[in-house]
Write a protein that binds this ligand. Structure first.
Ligand SMILES: Cc1cc2nc3c(=O)[nH]c(=O)nc-3n(C[C@H](O)[C@H](O)[C@H](O)COP(=O)(O)OP(=O)(O)OC[C@H]3O[C@@H](n4cnc5c(N)ncnc54)[C@H](O)[C@@H]3O)c2cc1C
Length: 405
């Protein structure tokens, strides 16, 4: 597959190599999971797109230029799913907060319930006896990647066949996926569980698995649960209200600035850095915040590499920080005489939570926290209030806003 070199150059190389496959070939072949080392029908760009080592707009522009709007339609839509999920969680941050609280509850239940712990351990270690599921668990841990269809089957089997708490499965993914993303992962699991499109759970079907693994796995029908109902009864109040997008402050030109680079967006060079009076620059590693449990070494290494690459491209000498004591952020900025921290927009997720904890010490030190939001997000998020359909209908309009004519 790929050696996962976490750089912008490697991401762009992968993008260039996959561009000729973004048309009909992608639309027809993308659902087949050929297994580790053979994911040729999909781009495997997600660890790069997730950190904006590759931009969604560049991937979409490449697909359209090579194949035209009709043949590139499916690829474009898939890339836009990511923006949809991110926008959806920005508009319903309550869902992220309840995931985190619920996960804490599920983890304490694991401490109390030996049988549950045994079953969850078996599932995570690929020891359930269900060949396809065990192979996906192993692939995830060994490579940090799983094909989209495998993610759907795996989550469905975890929830409905094995009867395990969905948040523990989402946490397992989040700790191991190189592309682990608070929005796509949490909402992907909720979608399978029937909590996102309420009442429509995703059913892992034996014949579908055999067909779309090209016969690598042939589970029997009786191995998998018949799913008649999702988990919607566990959230009787339904989805929370859609909130307005949160307000944010853009960096002020000329003010003494501390530039912060995180794996939220590893291309700070795209922003107008020359307008800022940059006094200090730091990378902040945050992957360990993904879960109360240890996050995989592959994820940590990818993040370290991506941050080092971003730092090198920024051209600044910098401090390497790890998100631990939230008060350290204000100390770093004031220590350099900065009055504002500038960073690409931080979406809902563990880093955002950590920054909430850092906010009182920043306010006390008189430091404003400033963000740049990319046009891509600004164009998609206003439509991310309900199902994907609303975004899909607006794709031509979104593309007009973000792609040069
Ligand atoms: C339970 C579950 C959990 C998931 N967790 C994550 C996650 O943590 N991070 C993540 O980036 N994706 C997640 N996905 C979405 C999807 O599986 C991956 O984005 C995709 O498999 C990445 O592989 P690729 O780059 O080869 O995709 P390609 O098919 O080549 O697609 C191109 C790009 O489009 C985006 N994309 C494609 N499909 C989706 C989708 N369904 N949702 C959101 N974006 C999409 C990705 O950025 C991807 O790199 C999850 C899906 C499910 C069902």
């Amino acid at each position: 597959m790929t050696d996962w070199t976490p750089t912008r150059a490697e991401g762009e190389k992968l993008l260039a190599a996959f561009t000729r496959r973004m048309g009909r070939r992608y639309a027809n072949g993308r659902n087949t999971d050929h297994g580790p080392g053979a994911h040729k029908a999909v781009s495997v760009l997600s660890p790069y797109i997730r950190r904006r080592l590759v931009l969604e707009s560049d991937a979409v522009a490449a697909a359209l230029a090579e194949h035209g709007p009709e043949d590139a339609e499916k690829f474009v839509q898939e890339v836009i799913w990511r923006g949809y999920f991110k926008g959806w969680l920005e508009r319903r941050p309550q869902v992220w907060a309840s995931y985190r609280t619920g996960l804490e509850g599920d983890l304490s239940a694991l401490d109390r319930d030996r049988r549950l712990r045994r079953d969850v351990d078996r599932a995570m270690n690929g020891q359930t006896g269900l060949a396809c599921f065990d192979a996906w668990a192993t692939e995830l841990m060994d490579t940090g990647y799983l094909h989209n269809h495998a993610r759907m089957w795996f989550a469905s089997i975890w929830i409905f066949t094995l009867g395990l708490p969905w948040r523990l499965g989402a946490d397992f993914f989040y700790r191991h996926l190189l592309d682990g993303d608070a929005a796509s992962n949490t909402l992907g699991w909720r979608w399978v569980a029937g909590l996102h499109t309420r009442g429509k759970p995703y059913l892992a079907d034996a014949q579908n698995i055999a067909t779309f693994t090209a016969g690598r796995f042939t589970p029997r029908h009786g191995d998998l649960a018949d799913v008649t109902q999702g988990l919607e009864a566990t959230e009787p109040d339904g989805l929370p209200t859609v909130l307005p997008l949160r307000a944010f402050k853009p960096p002020q030109p000329g003010r003494p600035t501390a530039l912060l680079i995180t794996d939220e967006d590893c291309r700070v060079e795209d922003f107008d850095l020359a307008a800022l009076d940059i006094r200090t620059t730091a990378t902040l590693s945050v992957s360990h915040l993904r879960s109360p449990l240890p996050v995989s070494d592959l994820v940590q290494r990818f993040e370290d590499g991506a941050l080092a690459d971003a730092a090198l491209r920024s051209g600044f000498t910098l401090t390497v920080m790890r998100a631990s004591d939230p008060a350290a952020l204000a100390k770093w900025a004031t220590g350099a005489g900065a009055m504002q921290i500038a960073t690409p927009y931080i979406t809902r997720g563990p880093l955002h939570d950590w920054l909430d904890e850092a906010a009182p010490s920043l306010a006390k030190a008189g430091i404003s926290f400033c963000e740049w939001r990319r046009d891509w997000d600004t164009a998609i998020w206003p439509h991310a209030t309900a199902g994907f359909f609303r975004v899909k209908q607006n794709i031509p309009h979104i593309l007009d806003q973000v792609l040069p004519a």
